[in-house]
Design a binder for this molecule. Structure first.
Ligand code: FE2
Ligand code: FE2
Length: 197
């Protein structure tokens, strides 16, 4: 077996290790920055979004999610009629998923140094979507579709507002938006093939 000479490090890999890269902070500064205002927790000096505005938007979304949780539970308990069983299952699943969205938002608010506003006295006034009881099963489905469409538009706007200044919040909002679109789609499908009242 012939011995292969050890590969020499190429000039380019050496330059990556030793030359400062645009937008990348050197280790010493990075360490020094992390020691400043440690009481801010996950919020470091490089956080460039408007934190107060982001927390306010997240709290509005949190209110919306809770109003949706309550509306879905109301519909779940009140659903009657031939199609009730299938539709009830959907209402319950959505109620649980909206509650999971609320948890994601509340956790992010706290991470950003804010406080989740869960005051029931002001919940409906702060929410985007409405608490509509609906007269019959079809009405309920219709109201939920409308509420989901409101949520979709408001999440899309929030994502655009946050942009790349807070990618963690953006990712959470995108994840929720995808599920709201799924919810709206479920109800649109139901209404399309609806028979009877
Ligand atoms: Fe939701
Ligand atoms: Fe939803």
């Amino acid at each position: 077996m012939s011995k292969q000479p050890a590969a020499k490090p190429s000039k380019s890999s050496k330059s990556i290790r030793t030359t400062a890269l645009a937008g990348i902070t050197d280790r010493k500064t990075l360490r020094a920055n992390a020691r400043k205002s440690i009481e801010d927790g996950a919020v470091t000096p490089t956080y460039s979004a408007n934190r107060t505005a982001v927390i306010k938007l997240l709290n509005d979304a949190l209110a919306t999610e809770w109003v949706c949780v309550l509306r879905y539970y109301r519909h779940y308990y009140m659903a009657k009629g031939m199609l009730a069983d299938a539709v009830k299952a959907e209402f319950l699943e959505h109620a649980q998923q909206e509650q999971a969205h609320a948890a994601l938002l509340a956790e992010r608010i706290v991470q950003l140094g804010g406080e989740p506003d869960l005051n029931p006295d002001t919940l409906t006034a702060r929410a985007h979507a409405e608490y509509k009881e609906g007269g019959n099963l079809r009405d309920m489905v219709r109201e939920n579709l409308i509420a989901e469409r409101i949520a979709i538009d408001s999440y899309r706007e929030m994502i655009n507002f946050v942009g790349d200044k807070d990618t963690t919040t953006k990712r959470i909002l995108e994840q929720i938006l995808a599920q709201e679109e799924d919810h709206a789609d479920d109800f649109a499908d139901m209404l399309e093939g609806w028979i009877g009242e």
